[in-house]
Design a protein around this ligand. Structure first.
Ligand code: EPZ
Length: 452
């Protein structure tokens, strides 16, 4: 088992490079199942969820070539000849394994996949995914707890989502991309990773229009072969930067004070996060270089850390992302004036709040909102001999504990680092390079990671 040991209260200075987006990577890798040729993916984050989804594809018959640079892989999907996924244990390790439903259904007209796992911060239904598959012509059966979809070929249709769902939008795109005719998805999710998935599929030969708007239009194609063979172009696609990783480093430096430069970001994806960070008293500057594909953001906090006067309300993109809600709450818990955070995407995503209270945070929890009060003297860890121990209950809850531990004077131990490692590439190395006193301690090996 791994835990982070953080001796907090140290200001952060220096530069950090943001990795590729987890939630784009875990959608685009299953999308390769639909392709008819091998393709190379670049800027993949070196995180557990990516290695798990690659292993699932390998177990299905894909050939995955890895390189010295772990951010690059080549996937040859041509060995995938069955619509059935047998590797229950790997599938249960992550949520995004359910994108294999859309991908296999799109490829074979059938899919048979065990139920997904993933962060269990609250109930995560998949009724909208099933509704989309049924609208495209599939019949859904629950056989021995497996999700089974059958069809005599999919056809274009109209699909409306209520509520807006990232995962269901992605699964609908995957299933519709090779379906006969036109599919229109209304109330579609607009997250940057939806656009990235559509850009990847279009690059491979799909016909997807208006991804990133409420209404996505897909005209089914027969093949996904990438650029014409005689173009001599390598079939290669680069994943977008991770907006939540970037936002987490912004929250970290706003919490500790200092000044950091965050490289490889797309500021457009970060607008709602930068607005909140600015409200806390930090100065955020975007630096764009027309010769570089990505931007740089500097975040500096020299004065007091303030709470947010405006409520922080999560909502689908371009609103404030729910995945930033736990780390932002940790930041606001260290501020010198009160804030209110409203969670409007998930029914319950506050299970980490009692862990923050162990560091002295004063937070009142209502049904879907938190009132965060200033703590005189700030958050407090313990001593080397008697640290305060908190748990990473899931990926973003774990990120919140890291932000709080960095802000708190004294020593904080964050148990269950495995959850954080699912989504943050080398968080210890990146924070240590910024001057944080953080290390990972592996203290016992137990193979009980079933619920990841
Ligand atoms: C994606 O989850 C992300 N995961 C989540 O990030 C993120 O919190 C979420 O989108 C919202 O932004 C991945 O991309 C792998 P949803 P997803 O379907 O697709 C309801 C992280 O930490 N709903 O957009 O599962 C649902 O209950 C993870 O990186 C239904 O009612 O989320 C929720 O209230 C955690 N029926 C709302 O929609 C359904 O069939 C939005 O969920 C599906 C969803």
């Amino acid at each position: 088992m791994d835990k982070y040991v953080i001796n907090g209260g140290k200001k952060l200075f220096g530069e950090v490079n943001i990795s590729g987006a987890k939630n784009a990577a875990v959608a685009i890798i299953p999308a390769v199942v639909l392709c008819d040729v091998p393709c190379t993916l670049r800027n993949l984050p070196n995180i557990r969820d990516v290695s798990v989804i690659l292993s699932i594809l390998e177990s299905m018959g894909a050939v995955v070539t890895r390189y010295d640079d772990p951010s690059v892989v080549t996937i040859d999907p041509r060995g995938i000849t069955s619509y059935k996924v047998n590797n229950d244990e790997l599938v249960a390790k992550m949520r995004a394994s359910y994108y294999l439903l859309g991908a296999l259904l799109g490829k074979f007209g059938k899919a048979d996949v065990p139920p997904p796992g993933g962060c269990k911060f609250c109930k995560r239904p998949i009724d909208l995914h099933i509704k989309a598959f049924e609208a495209l012509g599939a019949e859904y059966k629950d056989i021995d707890d497996r999700i089974v979809l059958e069809s005599n070929g999919l056809h274009g249709t109209e699909i409306n989502f209520d509520p807006v769902s990232v995962g269901a939008t992605i699964n609908a795109i995957l299933a519709a991309v090779k379906a006969e005719g036109k599919t229109i998805i209304t109330s579609a999710a607009k997250e940057p990773h939806i656009v990235d998935l559509a850009n990847f599929l279009n690059y491979m030969g799909a016909n997807i229009k208006k991804a990133g708007t409420d209404e996505i239009k897909i005209t089914g194609v027969k093949e996904l072969k990438g650029p014409a063979e005689d173009s001599g172009e390598e079939i290669s696609y680069t994943i977008i930067p991770d907006q939540i990783e970037a936002g987490t480093y912004m929250a970290a430096v706003a919490a500790t004070g200092g000044e950091i430069t965050i490289n490889n970001v797309t500021s457009q994806h970060l607008r709602s996060i930068m607005k909140v960070i600015t409200e806390t008293g930090a100065k955020v500057t975007v630096i764009s270089d027309p010769n570089k594909p990505y931007e740089t953001v500097t975040v500096a906090r020299r004065g007091d850390l303030r709470g947010c006067k405006n409520q922080v309300i999560t909502s689908p993109h371009p609103g404030f992302p729910t995945d930033m809600q736990p780390p932002i709450t940790a930041l606001l818990a260290a501020a010198n004036s009160p804030s209110t955070v409203v969670e409007a995407v998930w029914a319950n995503r506050f299970s980490y709040v009692p862990e923050l209270r162990k560091l002295g945070a004063e937070i009142d929890e209502n049904k879907s909102s938190l009132t965060i009060h200033p703590v005189p003297g700030g958050l407090k860890g313990g001593t080397r001999k008697k640290p305060v121990s908190v748990r990473a209950l899931d990926l973003r809850a774990g990120a919140a504990m890291v932000v709080a531990g960095l802000a708190a004077e004294g020593v904080t131990e964050v148990e269950d680092a495995k959850y954080v490692k699912r989504g943050y590439e080398d968080i210890v190395g990146k924070l240590a390079a910024l001057g944080a006193d953080i290390r990972m301690v592996t203290y016992k090996e137990i193979s009980d990671d079933q619920d990841e």
